[in-house]
Design a binder for this molecule. Structure first.
Ligand code: ATP
Ligand code: MG
Length: 456
């Protein structure tokens, strides 16, 4: 921190480190736009026009920071740190204001963000997607009625550190906080406002540079800001000052991958539970697809289960909104996602909801068999390839033998129905795969039959 810094210091005198710390806050979610949009000339006219804003925006595509550029430009006037701090405070950007003047206080209410509903839930558990705006720290309940209000807590990293016992690396089951490890970070358990939460601390690894990680971070916030559904994971907040972290509602039963493997000696899932989980995933996907989104990373590790075993789709870092909402296909030259779940066209870089259907087909095979999607020690490494053995009459494997032996309450006609559905989802030609609405109605039929057979 610059010791000599005061509210009278000119913006042009800010050192690079402070400018970079401000960029960490303001580049995220384009929050710099609200700042420069609030600046006025003495005449009351906006200081920066739409053309200026687009120019700053364009810098991002060259890997440059719009906040840096704007500070550079605004610094050519006699603007001061005091003016910027006041502006940031009026926009609720208290954490950014404190980068400059640590004693800067929030104008409205206390420092603690207040929980507020961010969307109105409909009877079927669906909500209308909200329009995107910048993510701001919650201020007061009245302000939360603003359209597009994100409802997420923007927290300092230090707070997440505190609620996770300093990111205690010992397993949560033995008194620590560690819940699991993924390709992009580590997940820790914490307690926030008397509620159990999972904090995902993103780490840049060798093949995932920080820039890409930040993209995924922003994408996840953007998507979960707009889309709310009973079968999508519930995001609570994030930090983007010292470290990128995402905070979600804690899912007491972990991931579907772990429960199918009976990790930590959990009970095998029953057939009824498996059918309800499949129905939940399909409903979540239907909601995404109806709202022109493709998840792109559907896999059992990304299906979390709450205390009632309700399935919640997670990990929206790769999710993409289809640009032209009348067309349902896009292309990308970055092939991401997980190999064992990827449809042939997804491997070629195409982005279509039909690839989510393919991946869901693999998840259905896992649900039926309890087998992992890929296993180096198996003759057929990929689960999709084992299917060929079932369909080949010369091979010994039957559907009966494929079904998870840890599960007892299954019914052959229902298993056949779900297996047929999985096979249709796994068609190599994307146009032969069913639509998500068909998938939902097939699974719903099985769930309904189960409920009639043995009502609870
Ligand atoms: N909200 C949550 N509640 C409880 N446990 C969670 C939660 N989110 C993640 N986990 C645990 O942390 C593990 C790691 O999750 P993470 O999303 O980082 O990795 P992954 O899904 O295994 O792989 P990838 O990085 O490819 O998505 C999960 O498998 C799960 O066990
Ligand atoms: Mg995941």
């Amino acid at each position: 921190m610059n010791d000599a810094l005061s509210s009278h210091t000119y913006i042009r005198q800010l050192n690079f480190r402070l400018r970079s710390r401000l960029s960490d806050f303001l580049d995220s979610q384009d929050r710099w736009k609200a700042v420069i949009g609030s600046l006025r000339k003495p005449s009351g006219d906006p200081m920066y026009s739409q053309m200026h804003i687009r120019r700053f925006e364009g810098l991002q595509f060259h890997g440059r920071s719009p906040t840096h550029a704007f500070l550079e430009d605004w610094g050519t006037t006699n603007s001061t740190v005091g003016e910027l701090v006041e502006l940031l405070k009026s926009l609720g950007e208290v954490a950014a204001a404190r980068v400059l003047l640590p004693e800067a206080e929030q104008d409205v209410s206390s420092e603690e963000p207040q929980s507020a509903p961010c969307s109105s839930q409909q009877e079927d558990g669906q909500t209308q997607p909200q329009t995107l705006t910048s993510v701001r720290r919650p201020k007061s309940p009245e302000e939360n009625t603003e359209p597009g209000y994100s409802g997420f807590y923007m927290l300092p990293y230090s707070e997440l550190k505190r609620i996770t016992g300093n990111f205690d690396d010992r397993p949560a089951s033995s008194g620590g906080s560690h819940l699991g490890e993924g390709g992009f970070g580590t997940v820790f358990k914490g307690c926030f406002h008397n509620r159990a939460v999972a904090v995902k601390k993103l780490n840049s690894v060798e093949d995932v540079p920080l820039e890409k990680l930040r993209d995924q971070f922003n994408q996840e916030i953007k998507t979960l800001q707009m889309l709310k559904h009973r079968n999508l994971v519930d995001m609570i907040g994030f930090s983007c000052d010292e470290h990128l972290c995402l905070m979600f509602a804690f899912m007491a039963n972990g991931s579907l991958l772990d429960r199918l493997a009976c990790l930590d000696r959990s009970y095998p899932l029953t057939w009824r539970q498996r059918c309800l989980i499949a129905e939940g995933i399909a409903s979540g996907l239907e909601y995404l697809h109806n709202n022109h989104h493709v998840h792109r990373d559907v896999k059992s590790a990304n299906i979390l289960l709450d205390e009632e075993f309700v399935a919640k789709i997670s990990d929206f870092g790769l999710t993409r909104a289809l640009v032209n909402q009348t067309s349902t296909t896009m292309t990308t030259d970055r092939v991401l996602g997980t190999r064992a779940y990827m449809a042939p066209e997804a491997l070629r870089g195409e982005i279509t909801p039909k690839s989510d259907i393919f991946s869901f087909g693999v998840v259905l095979l896992e649900i039926l068999s309890g087998l992992p999607p890929a296993d180096e020690n198996r003759e057929q490494q990929f689960l999709i390839d084992i299917r060929e053995n079932i369909e080949d009459e010369d091979e010994e494997l039957t559907l009966h033998g494929f079904v998870d032996p840890k599960m007892k309450d299954w019914d052959l006609s229902q298993v056949e129905c779900i297996y047929m559905l999985a096979s249709n989802c796994l068609h190599n030609r994307k146009n032969r795969r069913p639509l998500i609405s068909q998938v939902v109605s097939e699974i719903h039929g099985v769930v309904k039959e189960n409920a009639l057979k043995c009502p609870e």
